[in-house]
Design a protein around this ligand. Structure first.
Ligand SMILES: C[S@@+](CC[C@H](N)C(=O)[O-])C[C@H]1O[C@@H](n2cnc3c(N)ncnc32)[C@H](O)[C@@H]1O
Length: 263
């Protein structure tokens, strides 16, 4: 499984860092104040970079993830198994194994686009607390002219040319929120939980994609991956005068929330 293979290097490769994770927890603490009656469920909890700081929220926490490797890294953040949070290894595309009407906060960071939307809607409906529930999705926001954003856009185009589809976090969130809104959910104002400076060269994007098996969340033949990366180097050379040049930009972490209208 793709995330099992990259679990040990995930934080180093795409981690947010402790400062950002703490800021996200602080922002979440404010946002969830009216929703403390049930449990806090984190979907696609991963290595627990954020989850580690969610354990002191005034609401019981449960994390689910498909990858045992990612959850193992999560558990190692705690001094022993007893103090580790309730983490369940399960496929988010199946029934989420929690009690009916028991969740008041559903949170997912950089993971929801991996899941089947209809199943997500069914699970939200089944698990939402009768005392009110909220869905909060977190993601990194980049300047569209930054090296990382341009390289991702090129990756998207090249994947399409190779007949592969990439799931996009933003379009997935928009679609999901539109459906929930049509059912009566109310979007809240987005919250920027943290922002930071990034120094990144186009070649670093290529090197980072080289490090993991598969590409953009998909498992593919190594020879195809090699061809994709070679094409991307040519595209990068077209877009940038020097693909090794480090460019400075700002990134931020945004929380988008919608109230759930199911009870
Ligand atoms: C990009 S990582 C994000 C991890 C963490 N939330 C963060 O922001 O650092 C996506 C996570 O979603 C999990 N995931 C992917 N497909 C899943 C599925 N079908 N069910 C549950 N978790 C899944 C992966 O195992 C991985 O831990």
């Amino acid at each position: 499984m793709q995330f099992n293979d990259q679990a040990d290097i995930y934080d180093e490769r795409t981690g947010l860092g402790a400062k950002t994770a703490k800021n996200i927890a602080l922002a979440l603490e404010q946002m969830i104040k009216p929703y403390l009656a049930g449990q806090f469920l984190e979907i696609g909890a991963g290595t627990g970079e954020i989850g580690f700081y969610l354990q002191n929220l005034p609401i019981p926490y449960v994390g689910i993830d498909l990858s045992s490797g990612m959850l193992d890294v999560y558990r190692k953040r705690f001094k022993d198994l007893k103090s580790a949070p309730n983490l369940i290894e399960t496929d988010g595309n199946k029934i989420w194994p929690l009690d009916h009407n028991s969740v008041s906060v559903f949170f997912s960071s950089r993971a929801m686009h991996q899941l089947d939307q209809q199943n997500v809607l069914n699970q939200l409906q089944n698990l939402s607390s009768t005392q009110g529930a909220i869905l909060i999705l977190g993601n990194v926001k980049r300047d569209k002219n930054s090296a990382k954003a341009i390289m991702r856009k090129e990756m998207h185009k090249v994947l399409n040319e190779f007949g592969l589809k990439e799931k996009s976090g933003q379009s997935n969130r928009n679609q999901l929120f539109e459906v929930i809104e049509s059912q009566g959910g109310k979007r809240l104002k987005p919250v920027t939980a943290s922002h930071w400076q990034v120094s990144h060269s186009p070649i670093e994007s290529i090197n980072s994609w080289k490090k993991v098996d598969g590409i953009a969340g998909q498992i593919i033949e190594p020879t195809i991956k090699q061809q994709i990366l070679e094409t991307l180097i040519l595209r990068a050379e077209d877009k940038f005068s020097n693909i090794n040049q480090v460019l400075e930009t700002e990134e931020s972490y945004q929380l988008n929330a919608i109230t759930l209208p199911y009870n």
